[in-house]
Design a protein around this ligand. Structure first.
Ligand SMILES: *[C@@H]1O[C@H](CO)[C@@H](O)[C@H](O)[C@H]1NC(C)=O
Ligand SMILES: *[C@@H]1O[C@H](CO)[C@@H](O)[C@H](O)[C@H]1NC(C)=O
Ligand SMILES: *[C@@H]1O[C@H](CO)[C@@H](O)[C@H](O)[C@H]1NC(C)=O
Ligand SMILES: *[C@@H]1O[C@H](CO)[C@@H](O)[C@H](O)[C@H]1NC(C)=O
Ligand SMILES: *[C@@H]1O[C@H](CO)[C@@H](O)[C@H](O)[C@H]1NC(C)=O
Ligand SMILES: *[C@@H]1O[C@H](CO)[C@@H](O)[C@H](O)[C@H]1NC(C)=O
Length: 484
């Protein structure tokens, strides 16, 4: 199923310079979910420091009637939306299994590796984990960050039109991924804080496929405003980036299990200052107002500083853990909370069943859940430690319509029985629905009725007695019998 490496190399040769192939017609990307260690901190940060629009911000508790219903949260979940209807989710699960090194340990490692306030900061492998967005000006953000102590990493390069692209990176506090904002417009007072990409930073991989002029047109086409609900310019999403030690692995994984040709391009810089390889693919996104596509960039930067858990260790650790904890539509692992969402909803796309069959055949475990009668998701480990949620239509060639259920945030294994984490509280159940007199006594009533019927029959009054069991005595019975 996986397209051989040679095809990616061929795609590179075919792709003149940095030109990307046309975006995918049959699949699209709709979100990036981060496994967070402090989801509400992340929500506050992306809303009030970045200008993402937070639309869902909730704690899930055990259902009413179960023990600990308001004591133990199962999960916290924040949904933040940017232009073109693209979503970032910050999800903090408390019930699903994980191994010794937890999603929180990894998140703390990412945060430490991206300490932009440290004057000795050196570009780390994890600086390449996150997302990039366009804003028409960075001045509003820079002013806010300056007054609220948010450190950023300023970089610049020149685009294909000769325009200077200013880039400011910040780290999201509870999950440790980077958000990069790019613009062509900063005041001269701020411009001095943006340095050219330096040695070991793999500048080429950080340059975007689109120019400032194209991004600005798209920002307008997507209905961007300079002052949104959170007082900041709207963000136009441009790309998702993931560090890896095998830059081809993510596009190969997506191609293998969606049966699509992504047209990934592979690039390499091998100089005295750089040693890096990266792949770029362009995925359509399900934009509300007009078409828009985002890059998925996987970067193997051999010169980046190794901080905390290194990229190679992270990818193999979470892959092995998920291969152990998740099988063919059974089990769950907290690491899978870290994923991109890919919709198989295009005109010629694979069904969710065909996707499931492909995952199982290749020994990639997944967990299925439905959103409606014929639409659902398969969550799986993906590649390079970046999970994938494939969303699509059921055609019931693999799944059974009566055996699917939605993801349950309180169930240890994602769905089915959540009672191991949320056991029933019998005191609460009894208190909320006391039994009526009839519920308590119906058996006694039934027994008495049966005895009464038996009396009548025993008296030899077969035909009439049921009408007047109250006077089942011998005379009345005899009278009734006589009337026949
Ligand atoms: C979409 O799927 C159809 C049918 O499988 C295929 O012919 C076409 O090439 C696909 N488009 C892209 C852009 O991959
Ligand atoms: C989300 O909810 C938490 C807890 O109720 C609250 O502290 C936080 O301010 C909310 N965040 C946003 C962005 O509304
Ligand atoms: C069980 O329910 C009772 C009655 O609603 C409540 O007082 C008690 O705190 C609950 N126990 C737990 C462990 O949630
Ligand atoms: C640059 O941003 C400023 C606000 O900081 C705005 O007034 C100006 O119009 C912007 N210029 C361009 C070319 O977008
Ligand atoms: C990555 O981390 C692991 C575990 O700490 C270590 O064994 C390995 O040597 C590291 N790899 C590199 C290339 O530093
Ligand atoms: C998922 O499928 C089950 C079984 O057919 C159904 O009862 C349930 O309503 C579906 N869930 C949703 C959210 O539609």
């Amino acid at each position: 199923m996986a397209r051989p490496r040679a095809m990616l190399a061929a795609a590179l040769l075919a792709a003149a310079a940095a030109a990307l192939e046309t975006p995918t017609a049959n699949i699209s990307m709709f979100k990036r979910t981060h496994a967070s260690c402090r989801a509400f901190d992340d929500g506050e940060f992306v809303a009030w420091k970045l200008g993402m629009v937070v639309s869902v911000n909730v704690t899930y508790y055990c259902n009413a009637g179960t023990q600990f219903m308001t004591l133990k949260p199962c999960a916290e979940r924040v949904v933040a939306t940017v232009l073109a209807n693209f979503e970032f989710h910050y999800y903090q699960g408390h019930v699903t299994p994980q191994k010794e090194i937890t999603t929180c340990d990894f998140a703390d490692g990412f945060v430490a590796a991206n300490d932009f306030s440290d004057p000795t900061f050196a570009w780390s492998e994890w600086t390449a984990q996150g997302s990039s967005h366009y804003v028409p000006t960075l001045d509003t953000h820079l002013k806010l960050w300056g007054s609220s102590g948010v450190s950023y990493l300023g970089r610049r390069y020149t685009d294909a039109d000769g325009a200077v692209v200013y880039s400011a990176r910040v780290v999201v506090p509870g999950s440790g991924h980077v958000v990069e904002l790019v613009t062509g417009n900063v005041s001269s007072a701020n411009a001095g804080t943006f340095a050219a990409y330096g040695a070991g930073e793999c500048g080429g991989a950080n340059e975007l496929a689109t120019t400032i002029a194209e991004m600005d047109d798209a920002w307008t086409a997507q209905g961007g405003t300079l002052v949104n609900l959170f007082g900041l310019p709207d963000l136009l999403p441009l790309r998702i980036t993931q560090p890896s030690t095998d830059a081809a692995a993510i596009p190969e994984f997506l191609e293998a299990h969606s049966d699509q040709h992504l047209g990934a391009s592979t690039f390499s810089h091998e100089t005295d200052a750089e040693s890096c390889t990266w792949t770029r693919s362009l995925l359509n996104i399900d934009a509300t107002l007009a078409g828009w596509a985002m890059e998925v960039v996987s970067i193997h930067n051999r010169r980046a500083a190794k901080r905390g858990y290194n990229v190679s260790f992270f990818a193999s650790y979470v892959t092995e853990a998920q291969d152990e904890l998740i099988a063919c539509n059974t089990g769950y692992a907290r690491y899978v909370d870290n994923h991109i969402g890919v919709s198989l909803g295009g005109p010629d796309s694979l069904s969710l069943d065909a996707n499931a069959e492909s995952l199982c055949r290749n020994d990639v475990g997944f967990h299925n859940g439905n959103d409606s009668y014929d639409w659902g998701s398969n969550w799986c480990r993906g590649a390079s430690g970046l999970g994938v949620e494939f969303q699509g239509n059921f055609d019931w060639t693999f799944f059974h319509p009566e055996l699917v259920d939605p993801l349950d945030y309180c169930a240890k294994l994602g769905s089915g029985d959540s009672m191991d984490f949320c056991p029933y509280n019998m005191t609460a159940i009894k208190a909320s629905s006391p039994e009526t007199w009839w519920e308590e006594n119906w058996m006694l009533v039934a027994v008495l009725a049966a005895v009464a019927v038996f009396c009548c029959c025993a008296a030899g009054v077969l035909a009439y007695c049921c009408g007047w069991c109250a006077c089942c005595g011998g005379d009345a019975a005899a009278a009734g019998y006589a009337r026949l």
